[in-house]
Write a protein that binds this ligand. Structure first.
Ligand code: ATP
Ligand code: MG
Length: 657
């Protein structure tokens, strides 16, 4: 088993050492009140200090933190730095077009946030109102979010790749009166018609009274409804750049955000003010080992929780510079990330396994000539990272000198919950390692719900007690919150993922509980089989599902997208099967290997295995694939899929092979 000691940098002291970490972790579990009292007071600015730290719990679904305290999140993320270090860069905007980066200082950000907050007030937005944000990954998205936070409005950011139906459903669910969008978006050199999509959605949303439109491309043909639409530049620039922050109670909602929808209908998860901000601030400080002059490069989109916490709230609360990257890793070439890192001297780089695998597949030549020596921490999030991809990240991107943090968390957890810590944790490729401060994990037997104590166990991952940034409810549907997370195993938060705790107490996320495969009594995680496939020199990406089988109960079917350069498909399939057999064991030998051009992924880049399961089991046929309605009937909600046309291709490919 490969292990890596945490690197030490010359002239750079980490926030934590092995000793301080141990002591702090112990205190965070044994006396959370004392621990989080200190954290809350040291890391956040309070307008009304709290006296109570923690109350409620998972049994009743009434978790609350810092209950009687009051603060403002935008004050914490902007004002306090605009006062102390006004000329420091807050946001580096790396536009879709290379070479057009812009920098915004904390003082400038404060002006922008105040002007936009006053704009929202002008259109009658009040504390507690919901505001929909459907913007590209541009600074204005962060400005809009922080402006909502400033006046106590609840933002609901909708990723600007969603269709009008998905936008409509989310606007209606939250009853938003104001929608913020752009004329068009630019991503990878391609135009997206955001305003047109929003218009189609709003037509079916009587609740919407105002649509604020940012001019991103300035295209003249963009539709505009004068009685409802206003141009950002016309109204915002006209507002007073001062807006006193609203005092918010710790447990007032800060935002709602829909989950990625990998497993079904997305949930409108609600986060509150203080607990969420503390989670974001603490994890940035300790997991990314953030220091005042850092440039934090989180490559996510603000439309996802990763963007909320690690582009906007966490880095800004810590007063560092944060990168907002509008483009894609392969535009205009697969060197884009590395160009960005060297140009802006990025110190922490954070992306998803799907991007890491794609870049690995495209070859190391795209990294040649780049220094990448500013990076100290390389992060991964979103899916289990296969050891092979981890090693590539470590060796080719990190040049064996960076700390790799495989961070496990969810929309619902608000901030990272399982992760290595720079300066502290010995890493093992493929393992998210150990829980963060305040997070106590449990492994349960999936059948009996009994807790499995000790090491070397495998089962369902649960969180045993509340920590500050855990979601408090599902918007307007507390029952769904209880049913999904707290009722399955009473007293615990059920994460929905399978996990293995190895002999050293390290955690290995095994993928969704729903995706676990059982072949003749051998329980296998999708992550394990997929990692074996990726070891094959031609395999770029793999997804594995179980299908019903008369003899073994379930059989393994693999979907692989491969690098070019094979001649015989049957031979390739055979060698991929052999790869799994050799790596895991004969019992894991796949029944079928299907070579596909691409995998079905959510817009946040996660593999949607439930679709593949139905394709593999022939629950959806060529006949169904003829119409969208046929596909929808068999597969359910696939609106969160990045490219819906892949479904038909998969069904056809599977039928042929
Ligand atoms: P939905 O809940 O709607 O099905 P989703 O779970 O994909 O969507 P997110 O909250 O974006 O929505 O994703 C959280 C999930 O992503 C986790 O539950 C886990 O399955 C996976 N995940 C995130 N980070 C990691 C990681 N480092 N290792 C393994 N899995 C991860
Ligand atoms: Mg989920």
């Amino acid at each position: 088993m490969l292990e890596f000691e945490p690197p030490q940098f010359q002239g750079h002291a980490h926030h934590l050492t092995k000793e301080t970490y141990e002591e702090m972790y112990k205190e965070s579990i044994a006396s959370p009140e004392t621990f989080f009292d200190k954290m809350g007071k040291n890391l956040l600015h309070w307008h009304q200090p709290f006296t109570k730290v923690k109350a409620g719990g998972f049994h009743q679904g009434d978790v609350n933190w810092f209950h009687d305290g009051q603060l403002n999140v935008s004050y914490n993320c902007v004002d306090r730095h605009a006062i102390a270090t006004p000329n420091k860069v807050a946001i580096i905007y790396e536009a879709d077009e290379p070479g057009r980066a812009q920098k915004i200082t904390y003082a400038e950000l404060l002006r922008k946030v105040c002007q936009f907050a006053n704009t929202l007030k002008k259109y009658h937005v009040k504390k507690g109102d919901r505001v929909a944000i459907y913007l590209p990954n541009i600074p204005e998205a962060a400005v809009a979010m922080l402006a909502c936070a400033r006046i106590g409005a609840i933002h609901s950011v909708i990723f600007a790749g969603f269709s009008s139906d998905a936008v409509r459903d989310r606007i209606l669910d939250a009853e938003c009166a104001v929608v913020i969008t752009a004329d068009q978006g630019m991503r990878g050199g391609k135009v997206t018609h955001l305003k047109k999509i929003v218009d189609a959605a709003i037509e079916q949303c009587p609740c919407v009274k105002t649509c604020i439109v940012f001019q991103r491309t300035g295209d003249k043909s963009v539709p505009f409804t004068p009685e409802r639409d206003v141009w950002w530049h016309e109204v915002v620039d006209n507002q007073r750049p001062v807006c006193p922050p609203e005092m918010m109670k710790s447990e007032d909602p800060l935002f709602m955000l829909y989950t990625s929808g990998s497993t079904g209908k997305p949930k409108g998860v609600v986060h509150t003010q203080a607990g969420y901000l503390l989670g974001a601030t603490m994890t940035c400080k300790y997991v990314f080992d953030m220091h005042p002059n850092d440039v934090h490069g989180c490559m996510a989109d603000v439309g996802w929780i990763t963007g909320h916490t690690y582009i906007v709230y966490g880095p800004l609360s810590n007063g560092v510079a944060t990168v907002i990257f509008e483009s894609v890793p392969t535009y205009p070439t697969p060197s884009r990330y590395w160009d960005l890192v060297d140009t802006h001297k990025v110190t922490q780089f954070y992306t998803a396994p799907t991007a890491i695998r794609a870049l690995r597949r495209l070859g190391d030549k795209h990294l040649e000539g780049y220094k990448l020596d500013s990076i100290r921490v390389l992060g991964s999030v979103g899916e289990p990272i296969n050891p092979e991809a981890w090693l590539w990240y470590h060796e080719v991107v990190g040049r064996k000198r960076c700390m790799i943090v495989d961070t496990y968390w969810q929309t619902e957890t608000g901030s990272i919950v399982v992760t290595p810590i720079p300066g502290v944790t010995t890493t093992k490729p493929g393992s998210a390692t150990k829980p963060f401060f305040g997070v106590e994990l449990g492994v349960l037997d999936s059948q009996t719900g009994q807790e499995l104590v000790g090491n070397d166990v495998e089962g369902v991952l649960v969180i045993k007690s509340p920590f500050p940034s855990i979601a408090r409810t599902v918007y307007d549907n507390h029952k769904r919150y209880m049913d999904t997370y707290l009722k399955p195993y009473p007293g615990f938060y059920f994460a929905g993922d399978g996990v293995k705790r190895d002999k050293d107490g390290y955690y290995w996320i095994q993928g969704r509980v729903d995706d676990v495969i059982n072949v003749s009594g051998h329980r296998m995680s999708t992550a394990e089989v997929e990692s074996a496939l990726i070891l094959h020199p031609l395999c770029g990406e793999a997804a594995v599902v179980g299908v019903p089988d008369d003899i073994s109960g379930e059989a393994i079917v693999c979907f692989c997208s491969v690098k070019s350069g094979y001649s015989d498909i049957t031979e390739l399939q055979q060698s991929l099967r052999a790869q799994v057999r050799q790596n895991i064991g004969p019992f894991a030998t796949p029944k079928r290997v299907i070579i596909v051009p691409d995998l079905p992924k959510t817009r946040s880049g996660k593999i949607m295995r439930r679709i593949l399961r139905k394709v593999a089991a022939k629950d959806v046929t060529l006949e169904d694939a003829k119409t969208d309605a046929g596909i929808r009937e068999k597969l359910g909600d696939i609106s969160t899929l990045a490219d819906q046309s892949i479904v038909k291709i998969l069904i056809e490919t599977a039928a042929k092979q």
